[in-house]
Design a protein around this ligand. Sequence first.
Ligand code: SF4
Length: 416
Amino acid sequence: MRIKQFEDRYQLEPSFEENPVNIRKQRFIEDEQIRVQQNLAGRPSNIGYFEGLMYERDYSTKDRLRIGYFCRMIPPEILMAFDADAVRLDCGNGAAAAVGEEVLSGEICPLAKASFGSFLQADSLANTCDVVVLPSSCDAKRKMGEVLNDFVPTFVFNLPSEQNHTRYARASVSELIRLIGFLETQTKRRFSTRRLKAAIASGLRRTRLVREISDLRMRNPRALSVRDLFLIIQSVLFRPIDLDAWTEETRLVCDELASRDAPSRSLRPRLVLTGAPMVWPNYKVLNIIEESGADIVADTLCTGAQSCFDPVIVDERGRRSMLRALANTYVFASICPCFISQTTRINRILDLAATSDADGVISYSLRLCQLFDVENYRITKTLKARQIPHINIRTDYSLEDTEQIRIRIEAFLETL
Ligand code: SF4
């Protein structure tokens, strides 16, 4: 089956922006976050391995197929079944957003602008990908597919708008089959069920480890800063890596955390973080929360522990049942606000607040992302009705509002 998503008729020549000043700004933002994080106390002894992955700037050399993808709804296992590195491309650098803005002008969220901005930079990791896959999650992503297709063959995965399994499971599986057909056409490789099975198994190992670290942190959040937790998780999602090596290193982190004694009593407030994605180096709000004396003990972010929360459970043999299991995990268990109902997300927040014994919830929204803005109304009311303290922080990628946010968060913490 030969599949191509967009017609060639209006295809444009990709144009790259030579902007050395902006590149320097991007590096500066990254260096600042590296500096902040390197000053954290009690980091795992092998944190250098994860830093090496995240801080690497030259990924131009590759000996494997590389498939880029966006969001939490694309199963990386499908991409790995093509014997490819699966690399998530959502970008968190504010300077890259400024580049993207020059082309994608208008009221678009900074994550979409920054992600597009990274394609405008010829030597970026995004431009080393052979194929890109993104879901029709929000308007920006839905429309960005055709724009990215000028740079690299791109597939837009049609998501159902509703997480109604009975009604849309079949449609999601057939969309996964269409994705497989597209990747076969573009990569000239055969999809392998055997490799898919192996990819699901290694995905499960990753999920177990992330859950184990999350449980350890719930008991003793001071054992690992949430910023290092995000660094560890994002290194496996956002970089082309050797998954076995990552698994071994993360195993060492778990063992080290387990050997650390939890303080018998901590006065630091325990918080659940929910909301928009935070992608390295955009850890501004994480810096402020921890520096203000609180701990994030659980999160629902699609770039945090939530990204690896739900295991893929295959209950029957065969390719189709594996695809169904992937759709169940990545589409129907997703808590992305792009779906019609926000029940899954509210359930997860309440569940995490109870199981982590949290003192409050922090919502984080990115300016110009209407999805989170609209959801915040019901989340605020629901938490208030249950007397769970809650604050909503609405910001973008710039650092200008850092002190304002710090004041708001400190005031919130005082009320706990
Ligand atoms: S919140 Fe949803 S749309 Fe936004 S990056 Fe995450 S998965 Fe994608």
